[in-house]
Design a protein around this ligand. Structure first.
Ligand code: FAD
Length: 486
């Protein structure tokens, strides 16, 4: 992603050369299969054709995430990429829903969401370009084979002038005075010098940590899952959404691609052993596994600085907050946009790095809080993990958000939020965090008018969703991949 985007911006007359060093022997993590809508903008800027990309990566469309058993066993709620309707009398629609709920109306909030309703019906169509239509008010992302996406981007970058070197970096040379990175040494003996180094070496943080000793802020106390076991499976239906099912010591993902379904159990090693986690995963597959399971280990948290001297860490080298809301690829893409925006000259003014680090830290902390809410807002008391998460203390920034929402139903947004009001509402209300009161302004609306307005919204949503083709039909018509088994 870094090479593909940078080559698009750092082109003549700028006198830059981009070298990408990768090691086939080490490989990539490759389990990142679900994304959020920002990827559309990224692919667009890089110059990738959506349908060609989906065919090449066996990709499918993602309208959001369905959460099962998170707040209570048996509860299903969703986080889909859309809102719950336009404000009525200037008040967010969830207040109207809250008022009707207080009066005994049991309509689930999901029925006011176009993408959630479409997902339940197994349907997909891109949003309408007509911005006046309710059918324009949602977004979508993708599921894909991450190995194939990396390969696709590599070819794209190479065609546009990136030089790729196959080989292992075995040493990093620092300048004795400034501590800046001067060069990296490959196993072959070749030395590569550069002005700016982007560390995309994954969890190991080859440059940012091993060479520059930047330090890591550990968030395990808030996000305790530290392992995953993943297995691809035979195809079993083409839901246009990710499913996340809470389990005894973590949660399991289900990500449908065109040719297979990706499954993985993200768990906390303090509460379950690897073999038991694997058995849990195997017991919850819908088809035959297509490969041996892969075990992965991680420590949730972030690098203390993302930009240190002449090195910018991007991707897992910068930090990892677990895959619950598919935010790692998002964070790579926003980091790259920020790097281009703040691109240094050879003086490497430290103010630029400070600003980059400030904004990136805020962005990560906002996502961290959103993820913690999923774990913390639970009534589950059936296992050690859920007892821990339900009773843990959360960061002040999140506690404030919870307090504000509980008090009067407002979402307190900070700067650099990746998830806006509808996303927070979906998790708050989906996980039974209810405000003590709705916005009193809506009491000025005649009750019958309010009921009628809400019913109209529901019917419009349903009509829009029912008019869409099924997800399978849409893929078949527009982006069927060569080896798809459908
Ligand atoms: C369990 C799990 C599930 C995930 N699910 C999602 C998801 O659904 N959505 C999402 O957005 N993200 C997800 N992620 C994160 C996602 O996998 C990563 O963001 C993505 O793979 C990018 O990783 P990376 O490029 O930073 O690191 P890596 O994939 O580890 O790549 C590191 C690169 O550095 C190279 N390298 C390393 N050391 C050397 C060396 N010494 N010499 C030369 N080259 C070297 C490697 O060859 C490789 O090319 C998940 C992660 C995990 C662990």
């Amino acid at each position: 992603m870094a090479a593909a985007l940078l080559v698009r911006f750092l082109r003549p007359p700028l006198d830059t050369r981009i070298v990408l060093i990768e090691s086939e022997e080490i490989g990539i993590v490759g389990v990142g299969e679900a994304t959020v809508p920002v990827i559309q903008a990224f692919n667009g800027v890089v110059g990738i054709d959506e349908r060609e990309f989906l065919r090449a990566t066996h990709g499918t469309f993602k309208l959001g995430i369905e959460f099962r058993d998170w707040a209570r066993i048996g509860n299903v709620h969703g986080h889909f990429f859309g809102d719950f309707g336009r404000p009525i009398e200037g008040v967010s629609p969830h207040h109207h829903w809250l008022k009707l709920r207080q009066l005994g109306d049991e309509t689930p909030l999901s029925e006011y969401s176009v993408p959630n309703t479409a997902a339940k019906l197994g349907r997909f169509a891109p949003p309408s370009p007509d911005l006046r239509s309710e059918a324009s008010a949602y977004k979508y992302a993708y599921h894909f084979d991450a190995m194939l996406y990396a390969r696709f981007l590599r070819a794209h970058a190479e065609q546009r002038g990136v030089q790729r070197l196959e080989g292992k970096v075995v040493d990093v040379r620092l300048n004795g005075e400034s501590g800046f990175i001067e060069s990296v040494l490959l196993e072959s003996g070749e030395s590569i010098e550069a002005d700016l180094f982007i560390d995309c070496s994954g969890f190991r943080g080859l440059l940012i940590e091993q060479a520059l000793k930047t330090g890591y802020e550990d968030w395990t106390r808030y996000l305790p899952c530290d392992r995953a076991v993943a297995a691809p499976c035979e195809s079993a239906g083409l839901a246009p959404f990710t499913t996340s099912t809470a389990r005894e010591a973590g949660w399991q993902w289900r990500i449908p691609l065109q040719h297979r379904v990706g499954y993985g159990y993200v768990y906390c090693s303090s509460f379950i052993r690897d073999d038991a986690a694997y058995t849990t995963l195997l017991g919850n597959l819908e088809g035959k596994p297509l490969a041996d399971p892969r075990f992965l280990r991680f420590t949730t948290g972030r690098r203390k600085q993302f930009w240190n001297k002449n090195c910018v860490a991007i991707g897992l080298a910068a930090g990892f907050m677990e895959p619950l809301e598919s935010t790692s690829i998002l964070l790579i893409q926003t980091a790259l946009a920020r790097l281009i925006d703040m691109f240094p000259d050879l003086s490497f003014d430290p103010t630029i790095a400070d600003e980059y680090n400030r904004v990136t830290r805020n962005e990560l902390e906002r996502i961290r809080d959103f993820l913690i809410l999923h774990y913390h807002a639970t009534e589950r008391d059936d296992s050690e993990l859920w007892n821990y998460c339900r009773t843990m203390s959360v960061p002040e920034s999140l506690q404030h958000k919870i307090d504000v929402f509980k008090s009067f139903g407002r979402v307190a947004l900070y700067s650099e939020e990746s998830f806006l009001e509808p996303s927070w509402i979906a998790i708050f209300l989906g996980q039974f965090v209810y405000p003590r009161r709705y916005d009193p302004i809506i009491d000025s609306i005649e009750l019958e008018k309010l009921k009628h307005g809400m019913q109209h919204r529901r019917m419009t949503v349903r009509k829009i969703a029912e008019a869409m083709p099924t997800h399978a039909q849409f893929l078949e018509r527009h982006c069927k991949s060569a080896t798809s088994t459908r």
